[in-house]
Design a protein. Structure first.
Ligand code: GLN
Length: 207
């Protein structure tokens, strides 16, 4: 079962995309709900608000602990910011969960260009390029050596900017696949959760 961090953001869209991709999906607002899930999606929204609410609802430390223990997490847009080890242009009291060794810049594409759409070649997603919708999106300025770059913008003023990454069981995109009806990024994450769950079952069986 996959949870969607549900204190703020486009929770419904991610729940619907996960279900369409064949997974069981539930909103997560409390530590007891987090404990029930095998993977977590952190939606798009506003990372400053997410950060504050994660503290108020006492989810920050439990989410960090699950990340450290290898639970798969997928963050889109604000969710990407929440998975970044370092955030540029954040509010001073903003605090991410971390997990991916990367520097992310909030609202990076410029305030005039609030949102735009483009097609991306996405490593690990077969077939047509992924049509990506960016809404006041971050980009990734720097990644550590353990981070795989899965997609970069091609062409235009943001040419070459990194917009999708993976580090171990953590996946992040600057854009919103939950808004386009293209399920391939959610499919990828559902497979990551399935593989992590299978690995854990094998470990327990041989113990
Ligand atoms: N600009 C938002 C932030 O900094 C992210 C926007 C989004 O998730 N669509 O958190």
């Amino acid at each position: 079962m996959i949870g969607v961090f549900a204190l703020q953001g486009d929770v419904r869209e991610h729940v619907a995309a996960l279900r369409a991709a064949g997974a069981e999906a539930v909103p997560v607002r409390r530590p007891s709900e987090l404990a029930e899930v095998d993977g977590l999606v952190i939606p798009g929204g506003e990372s400053t608000v997410m950060s504050r609410l994660a503290t108020v609802f006492e989810l920050r430390e439990p989410i960090r602990a699950r990340i450290a223990s290898g639970m798969p997490v997928y963050g889109s847009c604000a969710g990407m910011i929440m998975l970044a080890s370092d955030v540029l242009d954040g509010r001073s009291d903003q605090e991410s969960f971390g997990g991916i060794d990367m520097v992310v810049r909030r609202n990076a594409f410029g305030r005039q260009v609030d949102s735009f759409e483009t097609d991306l070649d996405f490593e690990g997603v077969d077939g047509e390029p992924v049509h990506a919708v960016f809404i006041r999106a971050p980009w990734v300025e720097k990644v550590g050596s353990d981070v795989e770059v899965l997609a970069r913008v091609s062409g235009g003023p943001a040419d070459g900017r990194i917009v999708a990454v993976r580090q171990g069981n953590l996946l992040a995109t600057s854009f919103h696949p939950e808004l386009t009806g293209d399920l391939r990024v959610h499919d990828l994450f559902v497979r990551m959760v399935q593989e992590a769950t299978d690995d854990r079952a094998t470990e327990e069986a041989v113990r």
